[in-house]
Design a protein around this ligand. Structure first.
Ligand code: IMP
Ligand code: MG
Length: 187
């Protein structure tokens, strides 16, 4: 059960505190600024989990760049369903563009594998994946991030965009959710 009065009561441990998130995103931004200089990159965020990371990350980019968003998901509660729900496509024509997908977390890899294949058919000049978190232990399909801020153990985490039933996205840190929150999950 969720504590309706205080979200932090539902957090077992803080895995990545706010300062560490900011530090690492700052470094990643400096790296991408160098690598994409003169290329007018297009950042594609995967809604909704990318939002805090998308904002923080693109604010660290010191060159002109553009934004777009896509909505797709394979998750239901705390388990990956493997089924893709495609809700919103990007607005830009990406042929010949340098595209960077921004994602909150890579778990099974199924979402990004699917999205990558879909976008590659549109012939971008380059397509890279940048993730805030990587859970390599959850991988069921072959997929690697080109840019990854943090590698984390195989726990269910929330905060900084990551949700459980669309809640906890607004926590400013990444934390492990107490199993008691979803133990009584009615399937
Ligand atoms: P994948 O397709 O299994 O790689 O799943 C990626 C998506 O699952 C992410 O975009 C998240 O929305 C969600 N996800 C995976 N692990 C977690 C987690 O620990 N907490 C919250 N959402 C997660
Ligand atoms: Mg999600």
């Amino acid at each position: 059960m969720m504590h309706p009065d205080d979200m932090t009561k539902d957090i077992e441990t803080v895995l990545v505190p706010e300062e560490k998130l900011r530090e690492q995103i700052h470094e990643m931004g400096a790296r991408m600024t160098k690598e994409y200089a003169g290329k007018l990159p297009l950042f594609v965020g995967i809604l909704k989990g990318c939002v805090p990371f998308f904002t923080a990350m693109t604010q660290e980019i010191q060159i002109p760049s553009q934004w777009d968003f896509i909505s797709i998901s394979s998750y239901d509660g705390t388990a990956s369903t493997g089924r893709m729900t495609f809700r919103k496509d990007i607005d830009h024509d990406i042929r010949g563009r340098h595209v960077i997908i921004l994602e909150d977390i890579i778990d099974s890899g199924a979402t990004l594998r699917y999205l990558k294949e879909l976008l590659l058919k549109r012939k971008p000049a380059s397509l890279k994946i940048c993730t805030l978190l990587d859970k390599p232990a959850g991988r069921t399909v072959e997929l690697e991030a080109d840019y990854s801020c943090f590698t984390i153990p195989n726990a269910f985490v929330v905060g900084f965009g990551l949700d459980y039933r669309d809640c906890y996205r607004n926590l400013p840190f990444v934390g492990v959710l107490k199993p008691s929150v979803y133990a009584d999950e009615a399937s």
